[in-house]
Design a protein around this ligand. Structure first.
Ligand code: NAD
Length: 379
């Protein structure tokens, strides 16, 4: 009977949890024993009692026998290398493990002889959708980014006709129309804003327009960035310069900019320069979801709001952690969807030939399988 351990998350500011009472119940029905460190769900509003009623066994935080017996460690972020070394050789770690150029993680997995699945590397095939944690969390980030912007803005979002006159709707520019960007479009539209969207993948134009926003066509250039596996590839410096030129006038008229443009494993493209910020009106708000990857906007600082000549720059790197109950509920379902097919007849079997598993299985029993991603400079 596989033993699944859900520890208390230790990364600073992490409020999510990898298992919910709902998924504990389902894992138990699939023949697993779920062991949970007491208090693991508390920051996201799931109490120990609810886990116990769902069938989890509760242990104290850091209980070494729980760590040595576990077959699978369910986590949001990777525990420290030292904590990982307590697991038995051959145990499996599943989570958002931040694999890109993460030599420390690679060394930790190798030394402890562990297997590990990094959810960031799940291939974008339709079978993987229910396990896609990047999407479930990006959705939340996109939604919350607009709420933060609307709360910080010195204007209304919707158009209003009042006895005191007509109020024009806010003008929102969204950079990047992936999962977070499209949810930001939908949320800003629901609040009544006029929305403009920039993305380098022409495929998103139709999706953007179907949500009632206007698409800013990417600059007409020979060296357009390519796309692979649903993700954008890195754009050239010349392309990004042309794009900034194009966006400058849009931003000068904007009340809000929401930055979500990313390229997996790379520094985020710099789309808003200091000169562009100088042209934005005082009172405008920029929310930068890419701040942890270097930022789409100049001068944004992770987890901080900077006032730059009256323009508020919000460095929003941890938005899913501000909606921890639903973020955890969805994340926990993602993990269940990923592991369910591997659990048969009370056994956990990883088929490393399966495209879905092969993509995200970064290590197997301590042998690194995705050195192309984990090694600095290799991606
Ligand atoms: P992401 O977070 O890597 O990037 C966000 C967006 O930024 C992307 O749309 C990208 O094109 C855009 N971008 C990159 N450089 C830019 C630039 N210079 N200017 C403007 N925009 C730029 O992407 P994501 O949100 O994870 O998803 C990307 C796509 O994958 C989406 O279309 C999504 O629908 C698709 N997807 C497919 C599946 C699946 O089929 N299983 C699952 C999830 C997402």
């Amino acid at each position: 009977m596989p033993i699944l351990l859900n520890p208390v998350e230790t990364a600073a500011g992490e409020t999510r949890v990898a298992a919910s009472p709902e998924t504990v119940k389902k894992f138990t029905a699939l023949g697993c024993r779920v062991v949970l460190e007491r208090g693991a769900g508390q920051p996201s509003g799931y109490l120990d009692q609810a886990y116990a009623e769902a069938g989890a066994e509760l242990v104290t935080r850091g209980d070494s026998s729980a760590w040595t017996q576990a077959d699978v460690l369910l986590c949001v972020q990777s525990p420290s290398t030292q904590a990982l070394s307590q697991l038995r050789r051959g145990a499996l770690v599943v989570g958002l493990l931040a694999p890109y150029a993460n030599a420390e993680l690679a060394a930790g997995l190798q030394q402890a002889g562990l297997s590990a699945m990094a959810l960031e590397l799940l291939p974008r095939i339709s079978r993987a959708q229910s396990a896609d944690a990047l999407s479930s969390q990006a959705n939340i980030a996109g939604y919350k980014s607009v709420l933060l912007a609307s709360a910080a803005l010195d204007r209304y979002f919707p158009m209003l006709m009042t006895a005191a006159g007509t109020v024009q709707p806010a003008r929102v520019v969204i950079l990047g129309a992936g999962v977070a960007g499209l949810q930001a479009v939908a949320t800003a539209r629901r609040l009544g804003a006029v929305v403009y969207v920039s993305d380098i993948r022409p495929a998103v134009k139709e999706q953007v327009e179907s949500l009632g926003a206007r698409f800013i066509d990417p600059p007409e250039m020979e060296d357009k960035p390519a796309e692979s596996g649903g993700y954008a590839k890195q754009a050239s410096d010349a392309f990004l310069a042309a794009q900034r030129q194009q966006l400058s006038d849009q931003l000068a008229e904007a009340d809000v900019a929401i930055c979500t443009a990313q390229v997996p494993g790379r520094r985020a493209p710099r789309l808003i320069s200091e000169d562009m910020l100088d042209r934005m009106r005082p009172g405008a708000v920029v929310v930068d979801l890419a701040v942890a990857q270097g930022g789409n906007c100049a001068d944004t600082v992770a987890s901080k709001t900077v006032d730059r000549n009256g323009v508020k720059l919000i460095g929003a790197n941890d938005l899913p952690c501000t909606v921890p109950n639903h973020a955890s509920a969805m994340y926990a379902r993602n993990l269940l969807a990923l592991l369910q097919p591997t659990l048969k007849d009370g056994q956990l079997t990883l088929d490393s030939e399966d495209e879905l598993i092969a993509g995200c299985l970064i290590s197997q029993d301590g042998t690194i399988r995705r050195g192309d991603v984990l090694t600095p400079g290799a991606n």
